[in-house]
Each structure stands twice: as C-alpha cells, then as structure tokens.
Design a protein around this ligand. Structure first.
Ligand SMILES: Cc1cc2nc3c(=O)[nH]c(=O)nc-3n(C[C@H](O)[C@H](O)[C@H](O)COP(=O)(O)O)c2cc1C
Length: 228
C-alpha cells in the first residue's frame, strides 16, 4: 500500500512529534525537492496575518519545537518581537500529508545561532550581512553593491563574480547580531492524511506550555480525531 494511503493509527499516539519527524524523513525519501519548506504565519500589530515560506532546519522532539533562521529585523522578526506566536504548515503533495503547528516563539540562544551560521556557505554568511531583509531597496544593482561592500569588508572575493561552489575563502565572517534562529514551540499540532474518496484522516494534539527559564515547560498531550 503506498505510504500516502495509510491512516493515522486508530488509537492516536500519546506523542505526535515522533510522527512529524518521521513524516519529514518520509518526504525527503519520497523525493520532495524541499521537504522542510514551511509556511510561517505571524500577526501584525492590528492582528492581520502574513505568511511566507521559511526552512524548518530542525525538529526537536523533546521538549518539542521547530527551528528556523531569519533576520530579526525583517517583517516577520519585528512581528514576532511584538507578538511572539506563530502558526506553521508543512505540506508534501507527493505524500498527501499536511502538518499544522501553532504556539509561542522564542529566540534560539546566540550559541545555537552561531553554530548554525558557521555551518552555512560563505556566500550565505555574506548575504546575511548584505541584505536588510524586508526593507525597501532602490534597485537590484544596490543589492549587488551591498554584497560587494561586505565582501571587501570581510576580505573575501565577491560572490557575484564566482560560481556558487567557489571555495570557502577561509576568513571569519561572524554572525550578524540581527540574524539568528527562532524556536516555534509546539502547543498544537494537527496531522492530515489524504484518504480515498475525500475521506481524509485528521487529528489534533494539544498541550499546555508554561514559560520557564529554558523556554517552556510542557504539559501532557491530549489527542482528538477531527472530521476532515
Ligand atoms: C523555499 C523558500 C525558502 C525560504 N527560506 C527562508 C528562510 O529559511 N529564512 C528566511 O528568512 N527567509 C526564507 N525565505 C524567504 C521568505 O519566504 C521571505 O521572503 C523572507 O523571509 C521575508 O519575509 P518577511 O518580509 O515576511 O519577513 C524562503 C523562501 C522560499 C521560497
């Protein structure tokens, strides 16, 4: 039976995030070009939602959050600063599966962001300095100028002159203070599985999160099957 025809177990598991992690792995194996592309919705100061795609770089099953990286001064960064809650969706058409996540958002620690930043290709590290993400820019040429300026500042070749796989120039490019990770703490998770004759399978897990020094303390999950 193809993977996407399977149902959620009759008895819903106590812990849904193992399943989310398995679905991410299944999507990678099934050949999704970007299995970790995740639509992220935030709210502006008037309560209007905005959504965009980010990459889900990690799912941490315990205590239970997903990590994405961005510019803290971008539109989403500023919105999360004012209202640190978000909703996210992963969808894999090859599998007929959707995951919905909701909950509070906190910044990853500087050490965690540093480690991830250091693992990025040097061109991406320069780009984080060169792009004032979400701010108006006069022209494409101005972006190129900005990239060349930071390349000069850090003593690298211009990434615009070379190939994408140009060798790492081996210089230190520190993480910009305005760039780093966020943890979306999973308070609600919903799994949706495409079924035959539109009889899809759908279930939601919910738990209470209490702020703590380490982020959030997590209560037990309660699971509910839903009409699709
Ligand atoms: C496939 C894909 C992956 C993306 N990944 C990221 C990402 O991981 N982080 C990020 O800041 N923007 C990412 N973007 C760009 C965002 O969708 C968005 O344009 C940008 O973050 C600015 O959004 P904002 O103005 O709402 O803050 C990605 C876009 C696409 C299409």
């Amino acid at each position: 039976m193809p993977m996407h025809r399977l149902h959620l177990p009759d008895e819903l598991p106590d812990e849904p995030l193992e399943l989310v992690s398995a679905w991410l792995n299944d999507a990678a194996r099934a050949g999704s070009a970007m299995p970790n592309a995740m639509v992220l919705a935030t709210l502006d100061e008037h309560g209007s939602p905005a959504a965009r795609v980010v990459l889900c770089k990690e799912i941490c099953i315990r205590p239970g959050y997903v990590t994405f990286y961005t510019n803290y001064l971008s539109r989403k960064g500023l919105e999360l600063g004012r209202n640190p809650r978000a909703a996210a969706v992963l969808y894999w058409d090859t599998l007929g599966r959707q995951v919905r996540l909701e909950g509070p958002v906190s910044r990853a620690s500087p050490a965690e962001s540093d480690a991830y930043f250091a693992s990025r290709p040097w061109q991406a590290r320069l780009g984080a300095w060169a792009s004032a993400q979400s701010m108006p820019i006069a022209s494409r040429a101005q972006l190129a100028q900005s990239v060349d300026d930071v390349a000069r500042r850090f003593g690298t070749p211009s990434p615009l002159a070379g190939e994408d796989d140009a060798p790492d120039p081996g210089v230190t490019i520190p993480r910009p203070p305005h760039w780093g990770g966020y943890h979306l703490w999973i308070e609600v998770v919903e799994l949706w599985l495409e079924g035959t004759a539109r009889l899809h399978d759908r279930a939601r897990w919910q738990r209470t999160l209490r702020p703590s020094s380490a982020g959030f303390e997590t209560g037990p999950w309660s699971a509910t099957r839903l009409y699709p």
